[in-house]
Write a new protein. Structure first.
Length: 161
């Protein structure tokens, strides 16, 4: 098992939850996701920003030319081949979540907010590991991984509505 440095930034106060420390939950989900996929690197760093729609809309416009908020954005800072090479330390990149979009999607899809946060974190981690859903084959591979990882956390298939 790797040692993780997960830097969590609360960019929006809406993420503060008195029932469960969001930081502990984020750490748990990110570690669980990456542990099963990378074994050759003993020290892994990930940055997670818990933000709002405005922040994600600005990033989405700047980096994807889409002037709309989104649930999660990931910015990997490694090349895919480095993930399979033994290394003492690896910084994977940034995951940014929007409170409002994740919350409204959870309600629309009749899912718990916590389960949807976990799904978006898993989704973001997979993007940091260079999985994508650009074509149907890649989307199926990524969705299958998401389903399997979430199942280990006791979360049902997020694609079954």
């Amino acid at each position: 098992m790797a040692i993780y440095d997960i830097d969590i930034t609360l960019h929006s106060d809406r993420w503060v939850n008195k029932n469960r420390k969001i930081e502990a939950f984020v750490n748990e989900v990110v570690e669980e996701t990456i542990d099963g996929l990378i074994q050759s690197i003993p020290h892994i760093e990930v940055s997670v920003v818990l933000a709002d729609d405005k922040f994600l809309q600005d990033l989405n416009m700047k980096y994807r030319n889409k002037n709309t908020p989104t649930n999660v954005l990931s910015f990997p800072i490694t090349e895919p081949e480095i993930l399979i090479a033994p290394a003492p330390f690896l910084s994977l990149g940034d995951i940014i979540l929007s409170f409002e979009t994740v919350k409204s999607e959870a309600a629309e899809q009749n899912k718990s907010f916590t389960d949807h946060i976990a799904h978006m974190l898993v989704h973001g981690c997979l993007h940091l590991l260079h999985y994508d859903h650009i074509d149907d084959e890649d989307a199926e591979e990524m969705e299958t991984l998401e389903i399997d990882i979430l199942k280990t956390m006791g979360i049902t298939n997020p694609y079954e509505l």
